[in-house]
Design a protein. Structure first.
Length: 337
C-alpha cells in the first residue's frame, strides 16, 4: 500500500510515520510537508534512508504539487495544519489558508486520483467549551461550536471532508482527538513548554486561574487509533479519540511535571489569560472502543514520565527548536503577560 502523509514532519505526523513503518514495514510512505516553524525533518532521521520512505517538500495549497504527490496513492492521512491556538489568535491568516483551503485542494486531488481512503485528523476543539461544573463529554453527535480561529478553521475543514463524502462519495474517515503529548512535540504547547522551561531554569507560565481542563492523549495511543480507523473504520464515519477518564486541571498537570522533575510551585507563574479560552474539553471515546476495539494503553502518569525522560535525553532536539523564529514568537506571546 502507498500512503501520502501530509504534515509528516510535525509532532503527530512524524510519530505516525515512525509508528506505521514499525507496524507495516512493507508499505510505502510519501511525506508532503511545507516545513513551517513546526516541521522538523530531524524527527525522521532514523528512516531517512529507508527506500520505502520519500519526502516531498511543498505546500498543500499548491494544486499542481498536491496532484503530483497523490499519484498512485491508496491512502491519504492528512495531518498538515497550523495547529497552535495562541498563534491563531495573533494571526489567523495561515490557519484559514492551510487548514481550510489546503484541505479543499487535497480533497479535490484525492477525488481526481481516486484514492481509496482519505483520513482527516481533526480536533475536539471544534465542539467548543464544556463547563467546569458539568459532567458532559463530547461525542460524535455533539454540535460544532468552535470559538478560536484555529478551531473554526478545523471545523470548516471537517465540514468540507464530509461534504466530499456525501456529494462525491469520496471514501473518507475523520478522527477528532484531544490534546496529544509525547516525543517531538514543539515546545509551544503546554507540556513540552513546561518541561523544557524547567530544564532551562525558567518558570512555567499558567494562563489565568489554571483551572482549565484538557483530555490528554499520549501520541502513540493516538497513532494506534488512526491505524485502527484506517484498517477497520467505516467510510463517512467520525471517531472521537481521548485519553483521560478523569478531569485534571492545567495547574495539576503542571504540578505533576514539577514533581517528576524535582521542582516546587515557585517554578510557576500566573500570566495573562488567553482570550476566549475554552474552559473544559472531555471526550466520550466509547464509539471507537465499541466499534473498533481501541482504548488508550498508556496511563497519564507513566506516559508523562516517559515524555519527561525523552526531553531530558534529547536536549539537542529541543534546544535547536527553541532557537530562532520560535524565540521571537515566544517574546511576542509572553512579553505583555
Ligand atoms: P504540528 O504543528 O506539530 O505540525 C504540523 C505540520 O504540518 C508541520 O510539519 C508543518 O510543517 C506542516 N504544515 C503546516 N502547514 C503546511 C502546509 N501549508 N503544507 C504542508 N505542510 C504544512 O501539528 P501536530 O500537533 O502534529 O498536529 C497534527 C494534526 O493533528 C493537525 O491537523 C492538528 O489540527 C491535529 N490535532 C493536534 C492535536 C495536538 O494536541 N497536537 C490535537 C488534536 C488535533
Ligand atoms: P495548549 O498546549 O496550547 O493546547 P490547546 O490550547 O490546543 O488546548 O494549551 C493547553 C492548555 O494549557 C490550555 O488550557 C492553555 C494552557 N496553557 C498554559 O496555561 N500556559 C501555557 O504556557 C500554554 C502554552 C498553555
Amino acid at each position: 500500500m502507498k500512503l501520502l502523509v501530509t504534515g509528516g514532519a510535525g509532532f503527530i505526523g512524524s510519530n505516525f510515520i515512525l509508528y506505521w513503518f514499525q507496524k507495516h514495514p512493507e508499505d510505502q510512505i510519501v511525506n508532503l510537508d511545507k516545513l513551517t516553524y513546526a516541521g522538523n525533518l530531524e524527527n525522521l532521521s532514523s528512516i531517512k534512508d529507508n527506500p520505502k520512505y520519500s519526502f516531498a517538500h511543498g505546500d498543500i495549497c499548491d494544486p499542481a504539487l498536491v496532484d503530483k504527490a497523490m499519484k498512485d496513492v491508496d491512502t491519504v492521512v492528512h495531518f498538515a495544519a497550523d495547529s497552535h491556538v495562541d498563534r491563531s489568535i495573533l494571526d489567523p491568516d495561515p490557519f484559514i489558508k492551510t487548514n481550510i483551503e489546503g484541505t479543499y485542494i487535497l480533497l479535490k486531488a484525492a477525488l481526481k486520483n481516486k484514492v481509496k481512503k482519505f483520513h482527516h485528523v481533526s480536533t475536539d476543539e471544534v465542539f467548543g467549551s464544556l463547563s467546569l461544573d458539568s459532567k458532559d463529554k463530547f461525542n460524535e453527535k455533539t454540535p460544532y461550536d468552535p470559538r478560536s480561529p484555529y478551531s473554526a478553521s478545523k471545523a470548516s475543514s471537517d465540514h468540507l471532508v464530509r461534504a466530499f463524502h456525501e456529494t462525491y462519495e469520496l471514501p473518507i474517515t475523520i478522527s477528532n482527538c484531544s490534546n496529544n503529548f509525547g516525543p517531538y512535540q514543539f515546545p509551544e504547547k503546554l507540556i513540552p513548554l513546561a518541561i523544557t522551561n524547567l530544564m532551562e531554569g525558567k518558570k512555567v507560565p499558567i494562563y489565568g486561574d489554571g483551572l482549565y481542563i484538557r483530555d490528554w492523549l499520549y501520541v502513540e495511543d493516538h497513532c494506534e487509533a488512526i491505524n485502527l480507523v484506517l484498517q477497520k473504520g467505516k467510510n463517512g464515519e467520525t471517531y472521537l479519540v481521548g485519553g483521560l477518564t478523569q478531569d485534571i486541571p492545567n495547574i495539576d498537570i503542571v504540578k505533576k511535571i514539577l514533581q517528576v522533575m524535582g521542582h516546587d510551585e515557585s517554578s510557576t507563574e500566573q500570566v495573562k489569560d488567553r482570550p476566549g479560552h475554552d474552559r473544559r474539553y472531555s471526550i466520550d471515546w466509547s464509539k471507537i472502543k465499541n466499534e473498533l476495539g481501541w482504548e488508550p494503553k498508556h496511563s497519564f502518569d507513566q506516559a508523562l514520565k516517559e515524555t519527561v525522560d525523552w526531553y531530558k535525553t534529547n536536549k539537542n532536539w529541543w534546544k535547536h527548536v527553541k532557537s530562532g523564529e520560535y524565540r521571537e514568537y515566544y517574546k511576542k506571546q509572553y512579553d505583555n503577560a
